[in-house]
Design a protein around this ligand. Structure first.
Ligand SMILES: C[S@@+](CC[C@H](N)C(=O)[O-])C[C@H]1O[C@@H](n2cnc3c(N)ncnc32)[C@H](O)[C@@H]1O
Length: 216
């Protein structure tokens, strides 16, 4: 699918002050000093900068986003605040330029619904995390399957609803990636978005501490 509409939408929104998120993943993240964290779809960098304060200089936070204006805004905000233990990377979520097995925490707010192949994104999250690492992710899900015409409509996907999937499918992708301790931390009542019904939720989980297959 052509992502030009999505990038244009977020490049325009970067200039405003409106809230972009559908949940409060960072509020549940319990960031500790020295941790390595990643925010997928970091937007203007608000959550990255907050986590960078919590990790202290012994930790590091990566923001990942596809929209140039969002990345620029985030870098300017970091510079204004003198925060140096952060890096904002331009990347799709399906192939993130962060080495595997080095990350303690991945958060994301209202972003994964945009991705065309969400299983790939969950596999990437699993790949980046250390053993026993965790994710806390807010997103939307659809109450029913989204009709194919909407799923293939790049405007509907850019507007955070065309790419939504039902909750059971969402949780299945997380399980398929290999996560355990998967739990829903908060969930909204259903509401209308575009031409469908959705709900927002925040979900958390961990990677296994030990590899059962090799005993390491
Ligand atoms: C709804 S905004 C949320 C921004 C931020 N997390 C917040 O809570 O304010 C979604 C962000 O994800 C980015 N994004 C959407 N799809 C993406 C993709 N496939 N790869 C990387 N970034 C993406 C957008 O550019 C935008 O900045």
């Amino acid at each position: 699918m052509d992502t030009t509409l999505l990038e244009n939408r977020y490049n325009t929104l970067a200039e405003g002050n409106c809230c972009l998120s559908c949940g409060g993943a960072v509020n549940y993240a319990a960031v500790s000093e020295g941790e390595i964290c990643v925010d997928l779809g970091s937007g203007r960098g608000t959550d990255v900068l907050r986590m960078a304060g919590q990790t202290g200089r012994g930790g590091f936070v990566y923001g990942v986003d596809i929209a140039d204006s969002m990345l620029e805004k985030a870098r300017i905000n970091a510079e204004k605040l003198g925060i140096t233990n952060v890096q904002f990377l331009k990347s799709e979520l399906s192939a993130i330029p962060i080495p595997g097995g080095i990350v303690d925490l991945v958060i994301s707010n209202c972003t994964i619904n945009h991705a065309q192949d969400k299983q790939e994104v969950w596999n990437e999250i699993f790949r980046m995390l250390k053993k026993g690492g965790r994710f806390v992710i807010s997103d939307i899900y659809s109450l029913d399957e989204v009709p194919e015409t909407c799923r293939n409509d790049s405007q509907a996907v850019a507007e955070c609803w065309g790419g939504a999937v039902p909750k059971d499918k969402y949780l299945e992708m997380i399980r398929n990636a290999g996560f355990e301790n998967i739990r829903i931390l908060e969930e909204s009542d259903p509401y209308g978005k575009g031409s469908i019904e959705v709900a927002s939720f925040t979900v958390a989980g961990t990677t296994p501490k030990d590899c059962v297959c090799c005993g390491s």
